[in-house]
Design a protein around this ligand. Structure first.
Ligand code: SAM
Length: 241
């Protein structure tokens, strides 16, 4: 549908009818051939924001990527870390893909993959950097506090949560209507079918998310204009614990 080697329309439908977790298991081997895999250009921009903000006196020892999928961000983070790069995801299929891909990525940091829930992170004061990309659509607004609390707990004091997001498009934009229509379809699907497939657009947006981060002790900074086309409306947010 998106790419000759990507999932077909039917395979995407089967994903949307499964649970979120099992849906990703189903498309894991073909996931990198979909537009849902975060583009390397956006990840490069994120890495630049991380490196530019890393003092020589405090190098990055360990980084965590939450909802790591097939390891897109981990493959970039590995070279920045001296000790370990950890990815967490609840889909075993996606973790299996990540294991293969991140092992081949540049860098010497140990690669660890953890099967777990982003809303119940099992880490405490262990990371200098935490990232999350392309996955905020899976975090319901009522779960944002729990999600951010887990990330704050996982970071060492002074550690940074760095992520890419967008701003709310204006009402006149086609993307606003497309996203709202998609969300309406998903709400109907989830009202009628069990288990739910949690995926909604226009979530965790800048600047609406800033107060949530601040409530969990983060100091927040936004970098605009770092993301190249076609993601030029995206922003990189650095939240320092
Ligand atoms: C759209 S993919 C993005 C993957 C990767 N971050 C990227 O940008 O290419 C979303 C990922 O989030 C994972 N995910 C969704 N909800 C999750 C949750 N509550 N806990 C852990 N992983 C979750 C899915 O299994 C999937 O691998």
């Amino acid at each position: 549908m998106y790419h000759p080697e990507g999932p077909t329309f039917l395979e995407l439908m089967r994903q949307a009818l499964a649970s979120t977790e099992h849906g990703y298991d189903l498309i894991a081997p073909k996931f990198d051939r979909t537009p849902f895999r975060t583009p390397d250009a956006v990840l490069d921009a994120m890495m630049r924001a991380i490196v530019d903000d890393t003092p020589a006196t405090r190098p990055i020892r360990a980084a965590l990527d939450v909802c790591c999928g097939t390891g897109a961000a981990m493959s970039h983070l590995r070279a920045l870390c001296s000790d370990r790069v950890v990815g967490l995801d609840f889909s075993q299929g996606m973790l299996d893909e990540a294991r293969r891909r991140v092992a081949a990525a540049p860098g010497d940091a140990a690669v660890e993959l953890v099967r777990g829930d982003a809303l119940a992170l099992p880490f405490s004061s262990e990371f200098d950097i935490a990232t999350c990309v392309g996955a905020f659509g899976h975090i319901l607004p009522e779960d944002e506090e729990r999600f951010v609390a887990g990330i704050a707990r996982a970071l060492r004091p002074g550690g940074r949560f760095v992520f890419a997001t967008g701003e709310m498009p204006p009402l006149r934009a086609g993307s606003w209507w497309l996203a709202r229509s998609f969300n309406a379809v998903m709400r109907v699907r989830n009202a009628l079918l069990r288990p739910p497939f949690i995926m909604y657009y226009l979530t965790f947006l800048w600047p609406a998310i800033a107060p949530v981060l601040e409530r969990h002790g983060f100091t927040v900074e936004v970098h605009e204009g770092l993301c190249p086309a076609p993601s030029q409306r995206g922003v990189i947010v650095t939240a320092r614990r």
